[in-house]
Ligand binder design. Sequence first.
Ligand code: AMP
Ligand code: MG
Length: 407
Amino acid sequence: MSVLKFQHARETVIEQVRSHRCALTPEAVGLSESLGRVLAEPIHADRDLPPFPRATRDGFAVRSADAAQAPARLRLKGQARAGFEFAGTVGAGECVEIMTGAPVPAGADAVVMVEYSTEHDGWVDLNRAATPGQNIVPQGSESRRGDFLLSAGRRIGYAEIAMMAAVGSQTVSVYPKPRVAILPTGDEVVELGTTPGPYQIRNSNSYSLQAQVASAQAIPLPLGIAPDREDRLREMIAEGLRADLLLLSGGVSVGKFDLVEKVLAEFQAEFFFDGVAIQPGRPLVFGRAQGAFFFGLPGNPLSTMVTFELFARPALALLSGEPDAPLLFLRARLAKDVRRRPGLTAFLPAMLEGSHGDPVASRPLVSPIEWKGSGDIASLTRANCYLVVPEHAEELREGEWVSVLPR
Ligand code: AMP
Ligand code: MG
């Protein structure tokens, strides 16, 4: 049928999922349970942030004009503590001792740090000059009451949780998690807990997929292993299509017993593509049947894992209510030459290194990991990213800037 180039296949997934995803019914969760979920409502500031002019240092609140030159001597009028209002005004020639987080008293427009002062008998000597606004965050300078802070569709991380706590959101409205059926196929594939026969392979794909689905904040529904037999595959696909997304592994190549597409077609499936010019993962299938999307992921473990990251993870972002599904590619310098046969965009297991303070010239540095093909799970456990080799590149040279997709 149709083999698409990587970028085209990605766009196809995004367009199809975006235009055919179902309306999502929000649910309420406690703020502490909302990590990783997608906001279904916008969040606004319930008051000015900060709600009062806030001192950012321990020291003395002053009129900056009184301490425009150092040294300066001011009369100590009292103390402003965090959490309390200072009753009174800082007048000319006066100062008020102030703590970090306290409201700056009326009249004062600067805070001089305690480190630049000495206090004796009701007087304070400042040995640094003050400038207007110094060490004060003005009321409402971060946001004004009613300001829009977070939009619906935003994935909730720890900063979003801090923001919502700061404006008093104890429960938040989030979209439901997509339900993802996982269906590994193959006569040779056996479940953990049984001793594999000499020509059998343990089912690892179901487990990597469950982990990937869970890390995408969706609900994995493992269905057990389907043999390469149409009747059983039909039953299990029927069950899988009741989820929001069905992930099949194996059975999508051109072998006699690769039956996945044939059986899916019986469900009036729409196929958007059944191949992508990538390595690993070329026979990837994507479509929709009975209101559910499905991916037929190639069965080789690296192919299954990589195609999930490239296509299923973005699809899940959209099915979760996110407006976009960007993949974040980084740039790094290649540690050694890479040579290969051109024609497919390759995603090779690789190790990205770089640390704070590294000279920009040579880092970050990416080294391809030796791998023995798309069945070589161990190679991926030694990698922290995929090195992207563009479709037409025959060779990438040491020192060249290349694209990297973190894993
Ligand atoms: P297939 O895509 O069905 O042609 O399978 C490609 C390769 O992946 C074969 O060597 C399979 O044995 C292997 N494979 C298929 N399914 C799984 C699975 N669930 N876990 C581990 N390996 C698998
Ligand atoms: Mg197979």
